[in-house]
Design a protein around this ligand. Sequence first.
Ligand SMILES: Cc1ncc(COP(=O)(O)O)c(C=O)c1O
Length: 393
Amino acid sequence: MKYDLNRIVDRTGTNSLKWEFGSRVHPKVTGNTLPLWVADMDFPCAEPILLALRKRIDREIFGYSLHYTGEYFRAVCSWMQRRFNWWVHSEDIFVAPGIVPALSDLVRCFSKEGDGVIIQRPVYGPFTSRVERNGRFVVDNALINKDGYYSMDFDDLEAKASDPKNTMMILCSPHNPVGRVWTEEELKKVADICFSNDVVLVSDEIHYDIVRSGETHLVLDSLFPGDDRIITCTAPSKSFNLAGMQVSHIVIRNDEYKKRWEAATGHPMLSPLAITAVQAAYNESEDWLGQVNDYIDLNLEFIHTFLKEHLPDAVYRVPEGTYLAWIDLGAYVFEGDSLTDFLIEDAGVFIDGGNKFGPEYGSFQRINAACPRAILEDCLGRVASSLKKRSSK
Ligand SMILES: Cc1ncc(COP(=O)(O)O)c(C=O)c1O
């Protein structure tokens, strides 16, 4: 192992949302609560990124900076080509400070107030909040759950897409939190349904670099060469643990869409450190990502083994993509219970409650497994002993 991913890095005093500001999200969280919630990693960044940043810091000035260089776009576009066989022109790439703010802008640019936006719950919470905050309505094409394995309900999607009030769909691929890496057949069906009903299709592929070994992520847009109707959101943030650098890439090919997007968002600047980090990530850090993916494979498998032994009624499948474990603890939940509150107060762990992903999913918890094994073991041990103690009362 080139990188020691078992090493626990102290994140206190670094303004970490995950470790230091959990109480802003949940008032019961204290300084001693073990946090495996928000999706960033507890692994130190790849050495080439750290070296490049140190060199850039030595240049001493951090003034307004632009990323419009061949070097920047070569790094981004060649990543897309060599990892996904996805050919993207630099003129089709727009930077945004994050996919969440971009989703708000996309909703405002490509739908009207009062329109319906189709999402597939359980799904990443801001899909709901960004739609609703902008005066649109969530139209839920709920995923079908069969023993922890999720699939799409295409009949329902067809019915919802054919309603002229529903003008946009936001796809999550790979899917957070259910962990599906969608197949070519599934992706093509989604796109065909949206295309034939003139539904604008936005594909959020922020997790595309994190998949289990043997799985292949297909970029939806790459399946439709020459077609310009799909808008794709990607980022180096999940892949290289750079969320705080606030860079994402929104790929828009259609000229009319581009005009609308530019009119709404202008041309945002990136921080000079972000530019440096992105280039070093895509050009020099692929081996780090490979090692991190291998480590996450084992962590997610470890969760499986642990649950079988200690919480056998939990429903969990190793996800095909993402570093997030989506676990149904319904067998351990009592009527009127808030599992998240109980786990914070009794077990001293903060993991994401399922109701963040849709109101019906309160019995689920989503554990962020991108951390050293010792942290994961500590978390699972605490959860199991709290739930077992309570069940035996
Ligand atoms: C599907 C999805 N989209 C977007 C984000 C966040 O994106 P950003 O940090 O770029 O706003 C996340 C973070 O977990 C996510 O899971």
